[in-house]
Design a protein around this ligand. Sequence first.
Ligand code: GLA
Length: 387
Amino acid sequence: MLSFEVPKIASLTKAIDLDSDGCIARAPGRINLIGEHTDYNGGLVLPGAIDKYAYFSCKRIPEPEIRGVALDLEEKARVPLDTTKATGILWMDFILGIVLEFKKRGKAVSGFAFALTSEVPMGAGMSSSAALECAALAGLDALFNTGFDKWSMIHMSQSSNHEFLGIQGGIMDQFASFYGKKDQVMLLDCRTKNHQYIALPSANMEWCLINSCVKHNHLSSGYNDRVAECKQALQDIQSHYPEVQDLSQWDKATMTSVRFSNETVARRAKFVYEENQRVLAFVKGLQEGDIRTCGLLLNASHEGLSMDYEVSCAELDLLQKLGQDSAEVYGGRMMGGGFGGCTINVCKESSIESVMKQTKDAYLQAFNIQAEYYKVALSEGAQVVWV
Ligand code: GLA
């Protein structure tokens, strides 16, 4: 008996002749209410897993090979098990990077076949890549009986991104994908790794995502640039305050003697400081049911991401402004790495359909692009079923 619904189950099974020796794993995408670009600075984030999943079926095969089928792309690929270089086939490289992490930790991985499919929109800032990696991690961990705990798998995904795929990402996406809980968001301190679940109030409000349907191609280079700029900011701080271990420990109010290398680096540091403060204020607002304050904090976060951190784009700025100008929207901001993808908005429940229609119409007029919108439900993290 399956413990969750699996879309395309016939294809996931048939593509690899899945039998009772194999399993299917799923892992969700995520939203992040607030706390953007803080994770790799040891700061605070407030993500939740969503009811859109990546699915990974797998079984052992006798040949020393990895054979994959990407159902959504209708593509197949096979590589020798000892492959250590990226193939250029992105979906295969995600899996290869994970396999290398198993090997790095001394775990024997034999030949296997896999198939994958995903409901998480790609390039929408909802963490489709991490969903895929976490589904593969959970599936392969079960298949090879390696017994990794969740945090090990979170770090394996991060390490694969850094070392194999060249993206210097943080831990928020993978954390949300493994730790997600129905109807809860999670306040994670990325330095201590402590987290707490917070129920999202639902009365008279609705959270929704608007996908700009653009993905600017400097996404990974822009992201890595920000990581490097934050490292520089940290070094500048440490030359005055050597005890500071990451950028989020910098207290702008008291550590006043810092001279940053340049104005850009100073703005990046200012953003990280302010975004962490906003997360704390946002959590207080949520707990007190003060959704208006939460909405204003979302708007302020967007302003910082756009002006100080410079990871927004004209399309996201317009979507956010349309919301900010509407009396029916409490607030909103770009979500995820930036340079395209979604905005996250909190609206009055009764008016959501009309607000979304107006926003989509205005966006179409300005950019000639059809935006998409999704209501999301907070959901469970990664799971495995044997078949
Ligand atoms: C991407 C990364 C995350 C995080 C966000 C920005 O989603 O994968 O680690 O840095 O961008 O908050």
